[in-house]
Design a protein around this ligand. Structure first.
Ligand SMILES: C=C(O[C@@H]1C=C(C(=O)O)C=C[C@H]1O)C(=O)O
Length: 157
């Protein structure tokens, strides 16, 4: 089986979401195909939604909206990255279920947390936050692995 696919190809990134993912301008990403304003599932998302409208000067609002454009790009990227990570961990879950291995691997987790804390320090991110975030994800992964293991055991019964 091949390795984990790249974020874009695996997630089926359209022109609209590529625009957001990689910060391209509309003209950079434009093609002769149908011009798509939004990504595949952005629905009626309003990037200008705010409770501050009318409360702040227009120039401040404009700057806020510009920065929020970057925040939206980053959030979209995070969703695709997390989706890709969960695809990989689901594969681990099936492997563990087939070979009757425990859902969690505390030794691996300790090494990951140690590494991520150091990476966070390098990146000027709060290491305690990085640890909490990883633990949050891992606990969800373990929940998935337990479910995979149960359904695998039920099939055998
Ligand atoms: C994905 C795995 O299963 C669990 C989840 C982990 C993770 O999300 O990184 C790490 C270790 C395990 O507790 C694994 O063992 O590699």
């Amino acid at each position: 089986m091949g390795g984990v696919a790249t974020v874009g190809s695996a997630a089926g990134v359209s022109k609209g979401s590529a625009t957001r993912l990689f910060g391209m301008s509309d003209t950079q990403s434009a093609s002769t195909e149908d011009a798509q304003e939004d990504g595949p599932h952005s629905g009626d998302y309003d990037p200008r939604a705010s409770s501050l409208r009318g409360e702040v000067e227009q120039a401040v609002m404009d700057e806020l909206l510009a920065v929020r454009g970057s925040i939206d790009n980053i959030d979209a990227t995070l969703v695709y990255l997390l989706a890709e990570r969960f695809k990989a961990t689901q594969r681990v879950g099936h492997l563990k279920a087939v070979h009757r291995l425990p859902a969690g691997d505390p030794g691996r987790e300790a090494a990951q947390i140690d590494r991520l804390r150091r990476l966070a320090e390098d990146a000027q991110l709060d290491p305690a936050f990085a640890e909490k975030f990883l633990n949050f994800i891992i606990s969800e992964v373990i929940r998935h692995h337990e479910a995979i293991s149960r359904s695998h055991a039920a099939k055998d019964a």
